[in-house]
Design a binder for this molecule. Structure first.
Ligand code: C5P
Length: 227
């Protein structure tokens, strides 16, 4: 089916078969500052998360989009909460999850950040330096602990032993499903994903534009996880 007809199809299916939900979506990278001008981050463009927000809205759902810094237009109709750091994203998600029916965590969150942020700008010493990194809070894992009757869907971007690692994350973070994609997804328009459910079954493999995959994912969530 060509793209506009495909989108219309998924929207119609969702609108006909579901009640509207409020969905929390995380997107984009986070930044962890070493000093006031330098930070650790990654190359996430936010496109997958923004496509999911767009698809959810098109299907009649409400969206709270908690996003790290990206250069993308805000999907019309969603509520954007802009954040920069991992702890800021964590606080925003915890504050908004109570009012939502579920969460889709597509953000590429920094796993580590500098233990200390130097005020101003670090000066060069001419010598190697060591920066102590500490682990950042895991947002989707915490939401997974708190979720009760709500659902949660995570993402896993894996280079080595992808399926096994994705399944491990699915359970560690108490997700109802996990979307496994590869490092080639970062910054790309297209994606190729495997959707794994809570009993470790690969329920779908989709290749296509991020917006097509987003529509399929929302339709699957509506059909499978929503009450
Ligand atoms: O980075 P990792 O591979 O563990 O990411 C897997 C999932 O966990 C993704 O859905 C990501 O958005 C989420 N995550 C998170 N908070 C973190 C790290 C990852 O919510 N600190």
């Amino acid at each position: 089916m060509e793209r506009t007809r495909l989108e219309a199809y998924y929207c119609r299916v969702d609108l006909e078969t579901s009640i509207a939900m409020k969905i929390l979506i995380t997107a984009g990278p986070t930044r962890e500052y070493l000093d006031d001008v330098r930070f650790l981050s990654n190359a996430s463009s936010g496109r997958m998360g923004y496509a999911i927000a767009q698809a959810a809205i098109a299907a009649g759902h409400e969206v709270v989009l908690v996003s790290g810094p990206v250069a993308l237009p805000v999907p019309v109709g969603c509520e954007l909460v802009s954040v920069e750091g991992t702890r800021e994203m964590y606080d925003a998600c915890l504050a908004r999850f109570a009012e939502c029916d579920g969460v889709i965590a597509s953000a590429a969150v920094c796993d580590y950040g500098p233990q200390e942020r130097t005020a101003g700008k670090r000066v060069k010493t001419g010598q190697p330096i060591t920066i102590e990194l500490v682990e950042m809070p895991d947002i989707i894992a915490e939401l997974g602990r708190q979720k009760g009757h709500r659902w949660s869907v995570g993402f896993a971007l894996e280079a080595q032993d992808p399926h096994r690692r994705a399944v491990e994350k699915l359970h560690k973070k108490n997700c109802d499903a996990i979307v496994l994609n590869r490092t080639t997804a970062i910054g790309a328009d297209n994606n190729s994903i495997e959707l794994i459910d809570s009993i470790d079954t690969t329920v779908a493999k989709w290749t296509g534009s991020k917006i097509d995959i987003a529509h399929r994912l929302i339709a699957w969530i509506v059909g499978t996880l929503a009450d």
